[in-house]
Design a protein around this ligand. Structure first.
Ligand code: GLA
Length: 393
């Protein structure tokens, strides 16, 4: 712990040791992209990189936090968080505090330094910041959250305060995951399973390819795609004579795939493609769970590549740089499967790779990518990670 940059920065700033270090890992989602907001099924792994926060209690209730990744120190009181977001990184902290204080009494604040260990975008650093901060605030205020409560409260902070209508994929991976087990979750009823690595499975590493473009979901087409999915669900329900309620409650999960097959031609092309992605991606998450259980990494990887293809062509969620990386990955030896990580508008791609090929993969992908985007030299980066435990409460 002593070599953390946030601990060193804390010492320098406050001239003492921090009371504690909060940590929340990042996550990857090999299958189940963009289906959580439609209550579909997802696969996820937490990784051994994430958000660290060195902190100490502030008994006067003030929160005073600096980030090693963003300018401007956050400062507010736990009992008077502004109702509206400000538009900076600290909205995540304000949102977490607000949501927590709706249910629990907060007396103490904290001072500290927070740090992210990889470039931002695609690994769900937003959820990780909220979760790390929330767990520290809970600890200092004697609040014991259950894992599910932590997932739902951190999601609420992002939905209602930060203004991104994300599903619960990120938070669930960052909380429920355990090292070397694949999280297989049904986001409709929150049932989940941790499927351990089969001893027969070939070894794998997780590779992260950062495009060099940092991402903010709030300004991407993330929310719009979700509206398109809901519109498709609503239209399918109406065309097929199903009962339906409020538009806001419409989800593709509530429309059987047979209804989609029968009525898909009634949909505008864009909505049909979003729905096509949903149904095929849900099927891939189910097939992925089976392949992982059997230890069949080749089959699992092929599903990840298919998922990437559907994200590009049906969900239309890439940007040129990420689509280029995806294309390069599909033709690189030693990669079982890869796709955009996270929402995929900017940020990074992830892949499950054969560890013996790691060096070649790093060299080949980097060379080809930077040949096309020389301006991203110094911004593009490659990282190897392992699966890890989610937050330990
Ligand atoms: C972001 C969101 C998640 C999920 C993914 C796409 O990470 O926060 O809820 O929708 O995008 O799978």
């Amino acid at each position: 712990m002593n070599d953390l940059r946030c601990t060193a920065a804390f010492r320098e700033k406050y001239n003492r040791e921090p009371d504690g270090i909060a940590f929340c890992p990042y996550r990857i989602c090999p299958l189940g992209a963009h289906v959580d907001h439609q209550y579909g099924k997802i696969n996820g792994l937490a990784i051994n990189y994430g958000i660290h926060m060195a902190y100490s209690v502030k008994k006067n209730g003030v929160v005073e936090l600096s980030s090693l990744n963003f300018p401007k120190r956050a400062q507010f009181h736990v009992r008077s968080v502004p109702d509206e977001k400000v538009g900076d990184w600290a909205d995540h902290l304000r949102g977490a505090t607000k949501v927590l204080s709706e249910k629990y009494e907060l007396r103490y604040g904290l001072c500290g330094v927070i740090e992210g260990s990889l470039p931002i975008g695609g690994l769900s650093s937003s959820a990780a910041v909220i979760i790390a901060f929330m767990t520290a605030l809970c600890k200092l205020n004697g609040i014991q959250l259950s894992e599910m409560e932590l997932v739902m409260m951190s999601k609420k902070a992002e939905n209602e305060y930060v203004g991104v209508s994300c599903g619960k994929l990120d938070q669930s991976c960052e909380v429920f995951c355990r090292k070397d087990s694949l999280l297989y979750m049904d986001t409709k009823d929150d049932s989940y399973e941790l499927i351990p690595v089969n001893p027969a499975m070939k070894p794998y590493s997780i590779a992260i390819f950062f495009s060099g473009l940092e991402r903010s979901l709030a300004s991407s087409k993330y929310n719009m795609r979700q509206d398109e999915c809901k519109a498709a669900a609503y239209a399918l329900m109406a065309h097929s004579g199903m009962d339906y309620g409020k538009f806001l409650d419409a989800r593709l999960r509530d429309v059987p795939v047979e209804v989609f097959e029968e009525y898909k031609d009634c949909l505008p092309a864009a909505w049909r493609k979003r729905a096509e992605h949903y149904y095929s991606e849900t099927a891939r998450a189910e097939a992925g769970a089976k392949a992982w259980r059997k230890g069949d990494l080749d089959a699992y990887g092929a599903l990840i590549f298919e998922s990437g293809y559907s994200s590009v062509h049906n969900y239309e969620s890439g940007c040129d740089e990420l689509i280029t990386l995806y294309g390069i990955m599909t033709e690189t030896e030693g990669i079982y499967g890869g796709r955009f990580s996270g929402a995929g508008f900017k940020g990074c791609c992830m892949a499950l790779i054969d560890p013996d090929y790691a060096e070649g993969i790093e060299r080949q992908v980097g060379e080809k990518y930077l040949k096309k985007y020389p301006g991203l030299e110094g911004k593009y980066s490659f990282h190897i990670c392992k699966s890890a435990d989610g937050v330990i409460l």
